[in-house]
Design a protein around this ligand. Structure first.
Ligand code: GUN
Length: 296
């Protein structure tokens, strides 16, 4: 079997078209959805993510501002910046790009963002709401994974989803999203992590296997059953002197071998990556809709 390639670029383009229409409706009501991105320091991967977010926002007609602070900015300065954005009615969404420099407490900064403007869905209040299945901004990467599955015809309803990785950004919130008794969810979840004795044993039982470990090619073909759907959340930079930038991106799964076994698989790049930015745009549009009284 040669797997169908699930293109995040294509699904993201479809959602972005829908969002353009919602932005037009908001503008007719005199509201321009606006996103503030706070970038502390100049970590190359973070700069690249922030640039993609700004470009994506602009393309769908949203307003976006990136606030850049030096790598040695005091924690207090970051908190003051967030406070100002919390109080500024122009902004519907605030995102503080992670990781933050070590001298700044990520938990403190995230908890300082107003939950209504927390378009990352990382604030403890939103984490709780997501687990309870209440309306709230959902973390962008796992929400993007759900959208990719549903829109590509692989509804997780009734399926066994095995998630490898228990991060607060992907593994845990994806569990919260897919376990709900809701449309596009209702799955049975197994979560594997560094304490799991034999990940392959669980992975082979997956109808849908999600790799979010941050380890290049950690999932090998022997860990995948024939006909499984494989979602690769990994974005790992590996040295490649043949590339202009000196590196290339690889995922957490051995794509070439697994595509011969799986029913469907996401590529890296062009898989989950474009979905993350798109879901951030969706969360910001939804925050603006709630404020304008247009929310469902
Ligand atoms: N860094 C890597 N992924 C993310 C994300 O989803 N949100 C934020 N704020 N920072 C990140």
């Amino acid at each position: 079997m040669t797997a169908k390639i699930i293109s995040g670029t294509e699904v993201a383009a479809q959602i972005r078209e829908e969002l353009k229409g919602r932005v037009v409706k908001l503008k007719e009501k005199g509201v321009t959805p606006a996103l503030a991105v706070v970038l502390v320091g100049e970590d190359p991967a973070s700069v690249s993510y922030v640039t993609a977010k700004a470009k994506g926002a602009e393309e769908i007609g949203m307003h976006e501002e990136t606030i850049r602070l030096p790598a040695d900015a005091a924690e207090e300065k970051v908190l003051q910046t967030v406070d100002k954005l919390n109080k500024d009615p122009k902004f519907h969404g605030i995102l503080v790009q992670l990781p933050l420099p070590k001298h700044i407490s990520t938990d403190k900064v995230i908890s300082f963002i107003s939950p209504e403007k927390d378009v990352d869905g990382f604030h403890p209040v939103n984490v709780g709401r997501a687990l309870r299945g209440e309306p709230c901004p959902l973390p962008c990467t796992p929400h993007g994974v759900q959208q990719m599955l549903v829109r590509s015809g692989y509804d997780p309803d009734g399926k066994h989803v095995v998630i490898c990785g228990r991060s607060n950004i992907v593994g845990k919130p994806l569990t919260a999203i897919l376990m709900q008794k809701k449309k596009g969810a209702n799955a049975t979840i197994t979560i594997c992590h560094t304490g799991t004795k034999d990940i392959g044993y669980y992975a082979r039982q997956a109808d849908i296997l999600v790799a979010a470990m941050g380890v290049p090619k950690a999932i090998t073909a022997d860990m995948v059953r024939d006909g499984a759907v494989v979602i690769d959340v990994g974005v790992n930079r590996v040295e490649d002197k043949t590339k202009e930038k000196g590196f290339r991106l690889v995922g957490d799964v051995d794509f070439d071998a697994i595509k011969e076994k799986a029913a469907a698989i996401t590529p890296v790049p062009g898989g989950v990556g474009p979905m993350t930015v798109t879901m951030l745009l969706m969360n910001t549009v939804e925050a603006a809709e709630r404020k304008a009284g247009l929310a469902k």
